[in-house]
Design a protein around this ligand. Structure first.
Ligand SMILES: Cc1cc2nc3c(=O)[nH]c(=O)nc-3n(C[C@H](O)[C@H](O)[C@H](O)COP(=O)(O)O)c2cc1C
Length: 175
């Protein structure tokens, strides 16, 4: 845990199995169930990935496949990508947008792609450029903002009224 309400998940620490789609999951590692139980209560997620051969990493795709609607549906998602080359991680981010939609998540419009990432981070992995740091923080801010709006009592009230309202009022009216 970084601090209350925030958690950094580094997929290297979970020893994830390859998703095999079988109903019997008794052969799955403890890490698979830990990952699910840590992601499920989150209101928002920031997915960060390197650009690998024109897409996001297979490790992240496997992690998303090991999860599903229970963990991801209805969540706000922010995207951050890094690439070794000059083109940036846009293909990775676009791929994640498509996959997040399939998981019925809400992906915010702000995103950050860091090209030539090897130039931007120091030995300890800290981002050097203030502008980039601000843009990443903004992704976090927007995820927090929309997660809150999506789950606040007023929004829930609106959604209940919306769902309870007639689908097409006036459609059968004679006027
Ligand atoms: C399997 C693999 C595929 C990669 N494919 C791309 C790619 O298509 N485009 C690109 O710009 N960088 C590519 N890279 C470089 C990574 O994006 C880069 O290593 C990553 O951003 C992390 O940066 P670092 O290696 O400096 O830590 C690839 C790296 C690996 C290991």
């Amino acid at each position: 845990m970084l601090e209350r309400g925030r958690q950094l998940i580094d997929l290297r620490e979970y020893q994830l199995n390859h998703c095999d789609g079988k109903e019997d999951e008794s052969h799955y590692s403890e890490g698979v169930f830990r990952l699910r139980s840590e992601v499920a209560p989150a209101q928002g997620l920031i997915l960060a990935t390197p650009e690998y051969h024109g897409s996001f990493s297979g490790v992240l795709k496997n992690a998303l496949d090991l999860m599903g609607f229970n963990e991801i549906e209805g969540k706000m998602i922010g995207l951050v990508g890094v690439s070794g080359g000059r083109m940036g991680a846009l293909n990775a981010l676009n791929g994640l947008r498509v996959v997040s939609r399939a998981l019925h998540a809400w992906v915010i419009p702000e995103q950050v792609s860091i090209p030539e990432a090897w130039k931007e981070f120091d030995e300890a992995g800290n981002l050097q450029d203030d502008e980039l740091r601000k843009r990443i923080a903004e992704v976090g801010r927007q995820v927090a903002r929309f997660s809150y709006l999506h789950t606040s009592e007023r929004a829930q009230e609106f959604l209940r009224a919306w769902e309870g309202a007639p689908v097409n009022p006036g459609a059968n009216s004679q006027e």
